[in-house]
Write a protein that binds this ligand. Structure first.
Ligand code: ZN
Length: 441
């Protein structure tokens, strides 16, 4: 339902945000001083002046979050009403910051019994995972609601990336609506970029017979001051939006970032995310059963996904994936192994094997992605793509990162090896050599 005109109305006044506002910060000055001084009086994080309003089809929710004399005005705008009138979303938004502050949480509104009960489990988990999270008291009115009997559809948080498309395609029959959040991984002040991404998500949704809604929020401006985004907060960020949308959906999927083999304490986690469910709506943390390569394999079978895939978080304009960063490279390598890279038009450049060889694999996470791609390549027959196999091996060996060899020298050696292997029928060797040549020039 989003078009340019409606989108402009929906966005409202341009929010002010420094460009690097989303750089991780562990805590602000008040948090630090409180945490370091056990004799300091316990503060209270108070959620007050909670308001909800509707304007045409859109809806808005806002509240003032107060910690001592520090106040934050936090708001959500949703392009399609209705939104929940209870304060469930505000409990999701503030519980982990309150734990980081060691602050009693007081919510001037009513919260449903399911979320109030599960917030105790959230505190159990976070207090064990993070030494800086402490259990806190929660004071809020309890609001019992009649269970909804009318069937409602399912929705999915959707950014256009591998995890999002995987969950959407996996639950294609059940999911009715895609939720794109402005102010999640792209700051609110990048209005043109957000508008362009949103338009593409709406277009992808239409092609798959789905609808899409936009949620805009400045919540991250608040959370960045008190909690770290990925390790602690972003699941509750999505949980707060899901709670707001509870009247519209029975189930909301949060696409998993990791598979079961990669799970560590993390802000969005199969243990944590379902605990943000409300009496009306259940959150499902989805996709842990599939590795990154398996998710790409499902996407490779969808023309729509290949036309709209957006994996890059670099500021390369609204649409393009840079084809340079590690995330782009790992996705392109998987697509090439699957024989689908030529059908994916959203990368700005051809795959550069020299860059693949230089990927920094010193972190366990990145190393596991390279190893997985190498295993997949060998499963399909590495002899068909010897240059890609060599580039992945070099990345794992850290050869070029350590600067032992210059790439041109290495490329010449690889090209010679490829030529020798050509006699053993290597249908992909021609294209591989062309890419290497271009990358080296
Ligand atoms: Zn990129």
């Amino acid at each position: 339902m989003c078009n340019n005109e409606a989108f402009g109305f929906f966005l409202g006044p341009a929010p002010v945000r420094p460009r690097d506002a989303y750089r991780p910060r562990t805590c602000d000055a008040m948090t630090a001083s409180h945490l370091s001084d056990s004799s300091a009086p316990s503060p209270t994080l108070r959620v007050e002046d909670i308001r909800h309003s509707h304007d045409r089809d859109a809806a808005r929710a806002s509240a003032r979050l107060s910690i001592g004399s520090t106040q934050h005005d936090v708001w959500f705008r949703v392009s399609r009403a209705p939104i929940a009138s209870r304060a469930d979303a505000w409990l999701c938004a503030t519980l982990i910051p309150a734990m980081k502050l060691g602050a009693a949480l007081q919510i001037d509104g009513a919260v449903g019994p399911r979320l109030l009960a599960s917030s105790s489990s959230v505190q159990d988990i976070m207090a064990m995972w993070s030494p800086r999270c402490r259990r806190v008291s929660i004071r809020a009115d309890r609001s019992d609601v009649e269970p909804r009997t009318a069937p409602r559809p399912a929705a999915c948080f959707f950014s256009g990336g591998v995890d999002s498309f995987y969950t959407l395609l996996k639950h294609r029959d059940a999911i009715d609506t895609l939720i794109f959040v402005h102010g999640h991984d792209t700051p609110l002040d990048e209005r043109d970029r957000l508008a362009a991404i949103s338009q593409r998500i709406h277009a992808a949704a239409r092609e798959l017979g789905k609808s899409a809604i936009d949620v805009e929020t400045n919540l991250r401006d608040f959370s960045e001051r008190y909690a770290t985004w990925a390790p602690e907060y972003f699941g509750s960020f999505l949980g707060s939006i899901a709670a707001l949308l509870a009247p519209q959906f029975a189930t909301i999927y949060i696409p998993a970032s990791c598979d079961y083999n990669q799970l560590d304490p993390f802000g969005s986690h199969p243990l944590l995310d379902p605990l943000w469910s409300t009496d009306e709506m259940t959150i499902v943390h989805d996709g842990c059963e599939a590795t990154r390569f398996q998710r790409v394999a499902r996407i490779a079978a969808s023309d729509v996904a290949l036309r709209y895939l957006r994996v890059c978080l670099r500021d390369r304009g609204p649409i393009e994936n840079c084809a340079r960063c590690e995330k782009c490279l790992r996705t392109m390598v998987s697509l090439r192994i699957l024989g689908a890279l030529d059908h994916c038009r959203t990368f700005a450049h051809p795959l550069d094997l020299a860059r693949v060889a230089r990927v920094d694999t010193s972190s366990d996470e990145t190393r596991s992605y390279v190893e997985e791609n190498l295993r997949a390549l060998r499963d399909v027959g590495a002899a068909n793509d010897p240059l890609l196999e060599q580039a992945l091996q070099d990345a794992l060996g850290g050869l070029y990162r350590r600067g032992v060899w210059g790439w041109p020298v290495r490329a010449a050696r690889l090209a010679g090896r490829a030529l020798r292997r050509q006699g053993r029928s290597a249908p992909r060797a021609e294209s591989s050599r062309a890419v290497v040549s271009e990358a080296s020039s």
